[in-house]
Write a protein that binds this ligand. Structure first.
Ligand code: PLP
Length: 416
């Protein structure tokens, strides 16, 4: 189809996967046919209740601490489906801002909320997605972007030092956004170090963004990658990236739902209903009022594939990424520049950035493969992501043959 970038094509290796599958499409068709707007329990009880059930299923399936699961006895937490990871980060930062202002107001009850804004400072690493910067922009708070270590991980000590410096300037650390599986190179921040630093602060909210990687924690052997999650106040992952659910479907869990909703509650008479006290009204958990019946497609996908089917899908992508990595490593003109843990391989030709820029441009303009660049440790690199649902070894071999053929041609001209 002209003018359409074919995200589902087996030769598409750019970005992260755009989740899709037959059951998911059917679920969304049904949701469209029902056509309800589930902003409150009364506005569509099944839409609300299925969302809670599916979020609990998925939260348990990826091994989140039980406080995040609505149905855990005594739990104050829960999950909600948002439209994007950017919204998950924004509402988490908003809740954190609300919590920090409340805290600061205890000693200054007569000041307007806006008085405290210039003192609030959030943190993330250079490897964090740009949506963190956007959230800080929208919420008018400072953001300090920290240097990660040589593996692209934010370290506890770096954060602790930054907070100390900022506190000496009279600022108040109120939010830390960490990443598990960064967009640029799939790196993981060190939650076991960062968590205790946040806990030492009077009101610092710790968010964990696992937009892509979070889905993979349905495989028990990958859960060590989320070590330290017990310190988190909120966590997000997008089944519309790596769990075969089509866009939009971004899951956010919070440890304390009241801390989230108290930043977002408005309650006009026309939205109230008789069961408000006992039921969940998801309109208080995010920015829009109107909400689609998005849990249906997740329900369809989980029921159709089962956890075993979804684990098989994730493991196949990881296996293929490892296969691609082994092919790159066998060719001494190339280097692999990330620690390949999931479906993303970052690689480059030894040599200057310009050579890699030319190689990627040649490959993309051939129309045979699509990949995108990123920067790792200050160097221009090419990202190769395994994306297609039913990808096989032959797809990887084809991709590598295109890459090496384009490299051969380019280097023959450069180094005749
Ligand atoms: N966080 C991470 C780690 C991502 O990789 C991305 C997108 O790739 C995002 C956030 C933003 O996702 P969304 O498009 O759902 O806002």
């Amino acid at each position: 189809m002209p003018g359409v970038t074919h995200w589902q094509h087996p030769r598409f290796h750019a970005y992260f996967p755009s989740g899709n599958s037959f059951p998911s499409i059917l679920g969304d068709l049904l949701s469209d046919a029902i056509g309800c707007i589930g902003f409150s329990w009364a506005a569509s009880p099944a839409c609300t209740e299925l969302e809670t059930i599916v979020m609990d299923w998925f939260g348990k399936a990826i091994g989140l601490p039980s406080d995040f699961i609505t149905s855990t006895r005594g739990s104050t937490g829960g999950g909600v489906i948002q439209g994007s990871a950017s919204e998950c980060v924004l509402v988490s930062m908003l809740a954190a801002r609300n919590q920090a202002i409340k805290h600061l107001k205890e000693n200054n009850p007569h000041k307007d909320d806006i008085f405290f804004l210039p003192r609030l400072v959030a943190y993330c690493s250079k490897e964090a997605h740009s949506c963190v910067e956007k959230a800080a922009m929208i919420l008018l708070v400072k953001l300090r972007i920290l240097e990660p270590d040589e593996n692209g991980s934010m370290r506890g000590e770096t954060l602790r030092k930054a907070m100390k410096e900022d506190e000496a300037l009279g600022l108040v650390p109120f939010f830390v956004s960490t990443t598990l599986g960064s967009t640029g190179c799939g790196s993981f921040d060190k939650l076991p170090e960062i968590g205790p630093v946040c806990k030492n602060q009077p009101c610092t909210w710790l968010h964990v963004d696992g937009a892509y990687a979070g889905n993979s924690f349905i495989c028990p052997e990958l859960r060590p990658l989320m070590a330290g999650i017990e310190y988190a106040d909120s966590f997000n992952t997008n089944p519309n990236k790596w769990l075969l659910v089509n866009f939009d479907c971004s899951c956010l869990w919070v440890r304390d739902r009241i801390r989230l909703t108290s930043a977002l509650v408005v309650d006009p008479l026309y939205l109230q209903h008789a069961n408000s006290d006992d039921a969940i009204d998801y309109r208080h958990w995010g920015i829009p009022l109107s909400r689609r019946f998005r849990s249906l497609k997740m329900w369809f996908v989980i029921r159709k594939y089962g956890l075993i089917g979804l684990q098989k899908y994730i493991r196949n992508h990881i296996r293929l990424a490892k296969y691609f990595e082994s092919l790159v490593k066998k060719d001494n003109r190339f280097e692999v520049v990330n620690d390949v843990k999931l479906g993303l391989v970052c690689f480059r030709l030894y040599g200057p950035d310009a050579v890699n820029r030319n190689l990627l441009a040649k490959i993309n303009s051939s129309g045979k493969l699509h990949m995108i660049p990123s920067m790792v440790r200050g160097k221009y690199i090419i990202r190769f992501c395994v994306v297609a649902e039913n990808a096989v070894d032959a797809d990887i071999e084809y991709a590598w043959s295109v890459i090496t053929q384009e490299a051969d041609e380019m280097l023959a001209v450069l180094l005749p």
